[in-house]
Design a protein. Structure first.
Length: 301
């Protein structure tokens, strides 16, 4: 009996040693990125169709620039522009500067290597912005002070999707009145302030609604899969910034960071205004997968 216990003890000791050896994983050398190079291309909509064309610095007034970053041993990049941070794995970013006139901005690129080791570089970018949003658009959006909007949950096609670049609201699918009451979208409130700040109050339920995988960009938690959607995703209310541009003549709301309206789709966080009146607007944006245009109808609180 004693011999059996002794043999079992040896087996257990060997098993534990084996397990420890398997857990001793190697992540390789930790090397900080080096030789960060940042290039700037100025863009303008000279075709009039919303597509950007390259021009000479500092552009022809659109404020739109294309930034490209490279570095040795880098796996991803952060761009820090006007106090907003944007993660771009491929080192490519388009950004619109909207402060009127010819202005100089600091752009910082942070290159990340293995193990999260980083190196940064800052450059100055000069950009010319000439677009002045019409008074009635600004009045509608923030009422010269502050105005809060919500999804028009009682309206047909208040949320939906269609082809990228489509001109028909919710051409492929449009939610019926109240259809998305279980998602956490209807109690969200979106406030545009005259000072350029934007507040997203996620409501008493503390949850939002978005596209699978893409919604993880928000850094929230939880959620329940429903087809290709994630519903009841936990997220804190937050504040970002908004601006107005008009590429190709299309009035557009630009939100900074990961700020969004209605349903999180990633992408460039630019919402083209398809239709507007004093107390309603229909907006659309392309998702980060480049798969669909998503549509939202908003009304004031």
């Amino acid at each position: 009996m004693k011999n059996i216990k002794y043999i079992l003890g040896i087996f257990l000791t060997l098993a534990i040693m084996n397990g420890c050896q398997e857990d001793d994983l190697t992540i390789g050398d930790l090397i900080a990125p080096s030789n960060i190079e940042i290039s700037v291309t100025y863009l303008d909509d000279t075709n009039g169709d919303g597509s950007p064309d390259e021009t000479v610095a500092p552009g022809l007034g659109s404020g739109l620039v294309k930034l490209s970053a490279t570095a040795n041993n880098a796996t991803s990049f952060h761009f820090v522009i006007q106090n907003a941070t944007k993660l771009q794995t491929n080192g490519y970013l388009e950004h619109t500067f909207t402060t009127l006139g010819n202005n100089t901005y600091a752009v910082t690129v942070i290159a990340y290597g293995t193990g999260g080791i980083s190196t940064s570089k800052t450059i100055e970018v000069e950009a010319l912005a000439l677009y002045e949003a019409p008074a009635d658009l600004k009045e509608m959006l923030h009422a010269n002070s502050s105005r809060t909007w919500k999804i028009a949950s009682d309206a047909a096609k208040h949320f939906g999707l269609g082809p990228v670049g489509g001109a028909v609201q919710a051409e492929w699918y449009g939610a019926g009145p109240g259809d998305k009451s279980h998602t956490g979208m209807y109690d969200d409130r979106y406030t545009f302030n005259v000072d350029g700040t934007f507040t997203h109050d996620v409501g008493p339920d503390g949850v939002v609604f978005g596209r699978e995988v893409l919604i993880n960009e928000l850094g929230g938690s939880g959620g329940e899969a429903e087809g290709a959607d994630v519903i009841q995703y936990l997220l804190d209310s937050y504040t970002a910034n908004w601006s107005l541009t008009a590429p190709g003549g299309a009035e557009t709301i630009n939100l900074t960071g990961t700020a969004f309206i209605g349903y999180y789709i990633g992408g460039d966080h630019k919402y083209r205004i398809h239709m507007r009146s004093a107390n309603e607007m229909v907006i659309t944006s392309t998702d980060g997968n480049g798969a669909f245009n998503w549509w939202f109808t908003l009304i004031p609180e």
